[in-house]
Ligand binder design. Sequence first.
Ligand code: AMP
Ligand code: ZN
Length: 115
Amino acid sequence: MTTSECIFCGMARNPTHESVIYRDDRVFVVKDINPQAPVHLLIIPNMHLNSLAYVGPGQVPVMGHLFVVAEEMARREGAALNGYRLSLNQGEDAGQAIAHLHLHLLAGQPLGTMG
Ligand code: AMP
Ligand code: ZN
């Protein structure tokens, strides 16, 4: 897939994209179109990285920033105190559907144990 065909690259390139609820110079955040919890956000690097397999030492700052923004978004959604789950689907067995690395943030109800 080229970045011109990537749905998340399209959002990253469009500063006024209506789905984007947060953006800065490194990441942006959208509400998941098919939410699995009352709060289901995707925290997405602006730069196209297919998956963790494409992350090296040069991407450590942006990867760290994903987690900082995730905590900030959880706070904004009122979920930081009760708790939330971050997940990253890596590759086929995990069901990764979009080949542009992203973190899921799930919150707003008891999420059960890991599964
Ligand atoms: P993954 O399986 O980790 O690749 O997750 C892809 C996620 O992106 C799924 O939870 C989808 O519901 C979500 N998704 C797909 N298209 C869009 C979109 N246009 N806007 C927001 N979320 C989307
Ligand atoms: Zn992309």
